[in-house]
Design a protein around this ligand. Structure first.
Ligand code: NAD
Length: 447
């Protein structure tokens, strides 16, 4: 496929549904509850990859939809004594290969459609890494920064209670995502365990080490992002230590990725969070910025470099641009103004379909989210295995196993992209989709 044809395919995928013989009552004709721009983007990416993956039509049609979507309402007693009801979601996309797995996010933009898109990406990500999981995603629509610790705890415990019928160590295993962390997972694990009458550490991953969490889980996503970027540099004949990097998002993924880049000798010239960014051509002092954020909660008010907006940060000239904040950051609008030699997706869905087309034409490689941020779910898998076996590995063992699995996935993606002359994202999707399709073909579509 030429770059021009790939761009046309991306445009077509957005506006036309593939011809699938389905009766009028089929989902293809319905107004779907999860039909939102992000879900459409996930499906359009899937539709673009299917012809390259070469999977049967009926299998493709089944995989276009999540298996199960749960909506709950969560009454929370606020510190004022007033009760507020929050909407919560959990979408399970595919349980063909094993239990579903995916994060829980607290954010003002959480919707069923956002969870459906993210759950679908989790399926391809787990399959690409050859983890025995399908994808899920969930969250609560709220403004987490306006909630006290007590309110967050009550919200988490009630949300977990509402999800009891659909989660479990063999059914669906939550993990942290935007604005949730080890503490959130500890509350979820405790709430679930209280219902069962004994400790069930394997119900969540990303929990504190004291209750069965894994060493290196906290750092896994950000460190994995840099492992993949380093592998790409090797393939392109570049040295990671000589690269100038810009990182959007300075939370778990972006903060750790910045630290890893800094530790490996690369120069991080700009970083940002929701409050805006900082830039210094000589390279920022990442350890002291992380310390600042630990103390103040964000980069707001920090004077360690020239202040810039997130829009300016994305267009800053650099070698490697790491996107580690949220979805939809590079669009058709700003893609022509990106001045990076390589884009590395730490966040989920940060590059729109149209932007993908522009970047492909400009020959700027995009290391796609489902490969690049897979370090988190891979070490989550190690955590679950350790909990089930009640045996624990060392940090060095985990880091080495992670590097092996990410490198193996990277090589398969790179080779597929070269073989079919398609973007790395298509290569990654094709690798994941083929694994799931083979499993579904072997099992058959029930009944
Ligand atoms: P986080 O809440 O720890 O950090 C998010 C960061 O992005 C914060 O610094 C926040 O201020 C910043 N941010 C939010 N909105 C922004 C905006 N509009 N512009 C610039 N910065 C903004 O979350 P996280 O766990 O680091 O997750 C970040 C992304 O990585 C999400 O897309 C998430 O789904 C994805 N991800 C996370 C993990 C994980 O293990 N934590 C694993 C895979 C993927």
């Amino acid at each position: 496929m030429t770059p021009r044809r790939a761009r046309e395919a991306i445009q077509e995928a957005r506006y036309t549904r593939p011809a699938v013989a389905s009766p009028p009552e089929a989902l293809a004709h319905a107004q779907l509850e999860w039909d939102t721009p992000l879900y459409r983007m996930a499906v359009a990416q899937f539709d673009q990859a299917v012809p390259v993956a070469g999977i049967p039509d009926d299998i493709a049609e089944r995989l276009r939809y999540p298996e199960r979507s749960t909506i709950v309402s969560i009454p929370v007693r606020m510190d004022t004594g007033r009760r507020v009801v929050f909407p919560g979601y959990r979408v399970q996309h595919s349980s063909i290969i094993g239990p579903t797995k995916g994060g829980i996010r607290y954010d003002a933009n959480v919707t069923l459609g956002e969870c459906a898109a993210l759950a679908m990406w989790m399926t391809w990500k787990c399959a690409l890494l050859r983890l025995p999981y399908g994808g899920a995603k969930g969250g609560v629509r709220c403004d987490p920064r306006s909630l006290s610790i007590g309110e967050l705890e009550r919200l988490t415990r009630r949300f977990t209670s509402e999800l009891l019928p659909v989660i479990g160590p063999k059914e669906d295993i939550p993990a942290p995502d935007m604005a949730t962390n080890e503490q959130t997972m500890a509350w979820m694990m405790d709430t679930y365990s209280m219902q069962r009458g004994f400790a069930v550490p394997e119900i969540v991953t990303g929990k504190p080490i004291s209750i069965g969490g894994s060493v290196f889980r906290h750092e896994a996503t950000g460190a994995g992002v840099v492992m993949v970027a380093s592998r790409a540099c090797d393939r392109l004949g570049l040295s990671l230590a000589e690269q100038r990097c810009v990182v959007q998002g300075f939370g778990n993924v972006g903060g750790i990725a910045s630290q890893e880049l800094h530790d490996r000798g690369a120069s991080v010239t700009a970083v940002s969070d929701v409050s805006g960014g900082l830039h210094s051509e000589d390279g920022l002092d990442i350890p002291s910025l992380l310390e600042y954020v630990r103390e103040h909660g964000s980069l707001e008010g920090c004077a360690a470099g020239r202040r810039l907006t997130n829009e300016e940060l994305l267009e800053t000239e650099c070698d490697i641009l790491v996107l580690a904040a949220r979805e939809d950051q590079i669009t058709e609008d700003n893609a022509p103004r990106i001045h990076a030699r390589m884009i590395v997706e730490g966040a989920n869905g940060p590059t729109s379909l149209e932007a993908d087309g522009v970047l492909w034409e400009r020959e700027i490689p995009v290391l796609p989210d489902i490969l690049t941020n897979a370090g988190g779910v891979t070490v989550s898998y190690f955590e679950w295995v350790q909990d089930l076996g009640r045996i624990f590995w060392t940090r060095d063992e985990i880091r080495a196993k992670l590097e092996l699995m990410l490198s193996d996935a990277f090589d398969r993606v790179w080779d597929l992209a070269e073989e079919h002359t398609v973007p790395l994202r298509t290569g990654a999707l094709v690798a994941g989709i083929r694994e799931v399709s083979d499993a579904l073909e072997a099992r058959g579509i029930f009944p």
